[in-house]
Design a binder for this molecule. Structure first.
Ligand code: UD1
Length: 423
């Protein structure tokens, strides 16, 4: 296993290129299952989660060719017939569950392992089930699997809201089943995260009839057949936000390239409130830090609100911002595993229900810490960049799920960061 070492205290300067969005490419790769024709997906980030998705496609009988140099995956689904996504693969990554919708759409049946919970808290799939049932699909749960029988697949109307708002991947699953259902589907309270819009754009290129995908009410008119398509995925707004905070936390001056600034509204707003200077252009954002920042309160919400996937990173920034800030989690109330590790580095953060009360300290001190999940790992890297002395982060395989060559990108900005094999 690898670990990442950081010698903190360098001001980051320069330019960083953002990779394609992990959360966009995964459901798009799954949606390729809807056609027999060749699809070419571009701007694919070389991440472990993409490898996992290709393994699932392979298991289903679908071949792919990944040209990493060109960041491009070519897939020719042909006439695959396997409809079983096994536990062994689905348990590696929750996004695997988004093969459910395309399998139902194309093969009219699916057997997909339930993904289970994870370190950021319970992650139910009731909205996925509610959505596909509304399309006339018969669903049974047995031995940890969902058995979906879609021989009567037809359009329907469904409200996809739960206790914590809409669901991103449930929206993806319902959309990808509905595009090949007979008749019209209306999804109310559909997620409208940029990754869902990107999926809809890909499906439209394949021949799907989708309207309203930039709003919370999506209308889909099912078609009999979908064709191949060529699509470049959007840039990763969470990776971009993480580098924005890397610039802010080190009082640096970094230009983030290959980003869609409109996707970054909530993060830009909070950083500006904290006193960070942000200069936007069509496809880049320049972030200029400053020594004295102001505390800000943050509440995570569905898009266009502040993303839960940026909560941990924002907490690292607030932990060295004088004053008190309150960070409230409204998507995953248990997503606070990073607090104890940040506190080991000298932060003063207290948990009260689903809110973290962050009392800014003057400095953090490097320490051995352990990554618990993807975004918590990013928060520890950010803390390490500003901490005095050396921080050693173990279990970085979490980080590799979502950040391409993080140590190389940060080194190029002037950070002292290196990877080594854990003994
Ligand atoms: C996606 C993202 C993840 C992000 C999350 C929220 C991918 C691969 N992952 O995950 O990075 O943190 O959106 O922006 O795109 N819920 C239910 N019932 C369900 C499904 C979800 O109650 O059937 C709840 C969840 O527990 C959570 C909330 O709804 O509280 C939102 O979760 P959801 O949008 O489904 O997250 P994912 O799509 O799994």
């Amino acid at each position: 296993m690898d670990k990442i070492n950081i010698e903190g205290g360098q001001r980051l300067k320069g330019t960083v290129q953002i990779s394609g969005a992990k959360n966009a490419v995964l459901p798009i790769l799954a949606a390729v299952l809807l056609t027999d024709e060749k699809c070419v997906i571009k701007n694919v980030p070389p991440l472990r989660d993409c490898i996992t998705m290709l393994k699932i496609l392979k298991e289903l009988g679908v071949k792919s060719h990944w040209c990493e140099a060109e960041r491009q995956i070519t897939i020719e689904p042909r006439r695959y017939t396997n409809h079983v996504a096994p536990y062994r693969l689905v348990s590696m990554m929750r996004a695997s569950f988004c093969v459910l919708g395309p399998l139902i759409g194309k093969l009219k049946r699916a057997q997909v392992s339930l993904p289970g919970g994870c370190i950021i808290g319970p992650r139910p799939v009731d909205l996925h089930i509610k959505g596909i049932k509304a399309l006339g699909v018969d669903v049974k749960i047995d031995h940890g699997y969902i058995f979906a029988d879609g021989k009567n697949l037809r359009g329907g109307q469904v409200y996809l809201g739960g206790a914590f708002g809409s669901s991103v991947l449930a929206t993806a699953n319902v959309m990808t089943a509905a595009v090949m259902a007979k008749g019209k589907t209306i999804i109310e309270n559909a997620a409208c995260e940029p990754e869902i819009i990107d999926l809809a754009e890909f499906l439209i290129k394949m021949g799907a009839k989708i309207k309203g995908h930039r709003t919370h009410t999506m209308e889909i008119e099912g078609v009999k057949k979908l064709g191949g398509a060529v699509h470049a995925v959007i840039p990763d707004r969470i990776e971009a936000g993480t580098y924005m905070i890397a610039a802010a936390v080190t009082n640096g001056d970094v230009t983030i390239k290959n980003v869609i600034p409109e996707h970054m509204g909530a993060v830009i707003d909070k950083l500006q409130q904290a006193g960070i200077k942000i200069i936007r252009s069509a496809d880049s954002i320049r972030v200029k830090g400053r020594v004295h920042l102001k505390p800000v309160d943050v509440t995570t919400l569905p898009y266009p609100g502040f993303p839960t996937d940026m909560q941990a990173q924002m907490m690292s920034l607030m932990s060295i911002t004088e004053g008190i800030s309150v960070i409230t989690e409204k998507i995953y109330p248990d997503r606070f595993m990073h607090i104890s590790e940040l506190n080991r580095m000298g932060a003063e953060i207290m948990l009260e229900g689903a809110s973290a009360i962050v009392k800014g300290v003057k400095s953090l001190s490097g320490a051995p810490v352990m990554a618990s999940d993807l975004r918590a790992s990013a928060a520890l890297v950010l803390a390490g960049l500003v901490a005095k002395g050396k921080t050693e982060i173990s279990r970085v395989y979490h980080l590799d799920r979502g950040y391409e060559r993080v140590e190389e990108k940060l080194s190029a900005l002037g950070a002292r960061i290196w990877r080594e094999k854990e003994k």
